[in-house]
Design a protein around this ligand. Structure first.
Ligand SMILES: [Zn+2]
Length: 81
């Protein structure tokens, strides 16, 4: 989840203030960049899903991401980039 702070200037600008992990509620402060790794999902479901037309957005802290992946029966594919 992304929390924005409105700054009153000529045009009201929304600045990303902090990212909150949707799973555990941990707050990750955002300066120039987030202070730790964040897994961000922004997915639009399509046909033939029962969620067709719904857009789902959430953020996970690295610890919750690791827990999620640990629950996989088949590990995620990883590669060095
Ligand atoms: Zn978390």
């Amino acid at each position: 989840m992304r929390q924005y702070q409105s700054r009153e200037t000529k045009e009201t600008k929304k600045e990303l203030n902090k990212i909150i992990c949707n799973r555990c509620g941990k707050e990750i402060p955002v300066g120039a960049v987030p202070s730790e790794g964040v897994f961000s999902v922004d997915y639009k479901w399509g046909y033939p899903s029962e969620k067709d037309g719904q857009r789902h957005r959430f953020d996970l802290c690295e610890e919750c991401y690791d827990s999620l992946l640990a629950s996989f029966k088949i590990p995620a594919e990883t590669a060095e980039e």
